[in-house]
Design a protein around this ligand. Structure first.
Ligand SMILES: *[C@@H]1O[C@H](CO)[C@@H](O)[C@H](O)[C@H]1NC(C)=O
Ligand SMILES: *[C@@H]1O[C@H](CO)[C@@H](O)[C@H](O)[C@H]1NC(C)=O
Ligand SMILES: *[C@@H]1O[C@H](CO)[C@@H](O)[C@H](O)[C@H]1NC(C)=O
Ligand SMILES: *[C@@H]1O[C@H](CO)[C@@H](O)[C@H](O)[C@H]1NC(C)=O
Ligand SMILES: *[C@@H]1O[C@H](CO)[C@@H](O)[C@H](O)[C@H]1NC(C)=O
Ligand SMILES: *[C@@H]1O[C@H](CO)[C@@H](O)[C@H](O)[C@H]1NC(C)=O
Length: 334
């Protein structure tokens, strides 16, 4: 049996719901709504976008983020749906105020990255990852002057890393791992980075040297593992460098490790499977943050440093070198 109080409460809830709907209706720009509906149509009106209906305000739609003050669509983040198929729709270019575009874990999305993306002049975060997108890392991304983070990992992209990325004044994070990229790196990549830089390029077929210009970049993280890089990477090292994670493993790098100063903030260093020579710097024992260290499968010689934090590292960190000796390796130094 309903009491008057219960009826009153029900009416109040209805009133609040109605006023919320009214205020959000005014928060959907008609141009943004048209662009989103065109994206939905281009992908074949999939179930994923069931909440995207002409009758409701677009700022309430699934995957859509609006700026609270302007009411414009500033974010579109589509995640995790194997049912979405087709190319990235050109209609994204209609979302003129977009700052964030994330297409992640959409294995049915294929085709090249469309030039329409370059018209999103305020785009700051671009993620297209774990998709079947192919073709090049487009040169036209160099038109996105506000781009700060670019993640195109786990796709089927081929060709080179375009030099146009080096001109971007806000760019500080690039992840192109797990593609089919070839060629050498643009020497000026991150030469304008406004803060510490993050670079992940693992599992490609990149070749050539680590650009000498990289020694001037403040990397916090650099992962060049599983490529075909050659030559001297010692310029990435230096006691005062902010780098915390460096993975150079499984390349064809060749330089004298004795001469390098290890960055003091280092947490993770893997240089395994290269042709690095010289010895292990004694300074490794002094790095209090270092959690992972791997110099195995190189051409190192001399005694493994002892004391300090070295008890953290077992023989697997040092195995398969030319003539490294002493604990934790089985062969003593003579
Ligand atoms: C994908 O499609 C199948 C079959 O139509 C459906 O059962 C499933 O819920 C859909 N998945 C998503 C994430 O929409
Ligand atoms: C781009 O961002 C700037 C600064 O945040 C803003 O003033 C401008 O209106 C934005 N332009 C568009 C098209 O969103
Ligand atoms: C790199 O190139 C080799 C030889 O051409 C090929 O077998 C391999 O699949 C390539 N790797 C990637 C990640 O594309
Ligand atoms: C490596 O550099 C050290 C000095 O830093 C030098 O003594 C040594 O001979 C060099 N090793 C090789 C193999 O060039
Ligand atoms: C290790 O640290 C000690 C004490 O701070 C210092 O005396 C020594 O020179 C350092 N060794 C290296 C190789 O940096
Ligand atoms: C170092 O790398 C080698 C080669 O990939 C691997 O066998 C070894 O287990 C690694 N060591 C550690 C401590 O993970």
């Amino acid at each position: 049996m309903k009491t008057t109080a219960m009826r009153m409460r029900a009416i109040l809830v209805l009133l609040i719901a109605a006023s919320t709907a009214a205020s959000s209706a005014s928060r959907c720009h008609s141009g943004d709504k048209a662009a989103l509906l065109a994206i939905k149509a281009a992908l074949g009106n999939p179930y994923h976008f069931a909440s995207w209906t002409a009758a409701s305000p677009c700022c309430d739609w699934y995957d859509v983020d609006c700026d609270a003050s302007t009411g414009r669509v500033v974010g579109l983040s589509v995640f995790q749906d194997a049912n979405l198929t087709g190319a990235i729709p050109d209609a994204v270019a209609g979302l003129a105020h977009l700052r964030t575009l994330r297409l992640h874990h959409l294995p049915g999305i294929s085709g090249p990255i469309p030039p329409a993306i370059a018209r999103l002049s305020n785009l700051s975060f671009l993620t297209i990852s774990w998709t079947a997108v192919s073709g090049p890392v487009p040169t036209f991304l160099g038109a996105l002057t506000r781009l700060s983070q670019l993640d195109l990992s786990f796709n089927a992209l081929a060709g080179t890393v375009p030099a146009s990325l080096a001109a971007l004044p806000s760019l500080y994070s690039v992840d192109l791992s797990r593609n089919r990229l070839t060629g050498s790196l643009p020497p000026l990549l991150f030469s304008k980075a406004p803060q510490v830089a993050y670079l992940r390029l693992s599992h490609n077929n990149l070749t050539g040297g680590v650009p000498a210009e990289f020694s001037a970049v403040a990397f916090a993280q650099i992962d060049l593992s599983r490529n075909g890089f050659t030559g001297d990477a010692s310029g990435l090292f230096g006691r005062a460098k902010p780098v915390q994670q460096m993975d150079l493993s499984r390349n064809a790098l060749s330089f004298n490790l004795s001469g390098v100063e290890l960055p003091e903030q280092l947490i993770f260093l893997d240089v395994s499977h290269n042709t690095i020579y010289g010895g292990v710097p004694a300074q490794v024992a002094n790095l209090s943050s270092l959690q992972f260290f791997n110099v195995s499968y190189n051409r190192l010689c001399g005694a493994v440093p002892a004391g300090g934090n070295t008890a953290r590292f077992d023989a697997y960190s040092f195995q398969h070198n030319r003539c490294l000796c002493g604990a934790p390796l089985a062969n003593p130094c003579t």
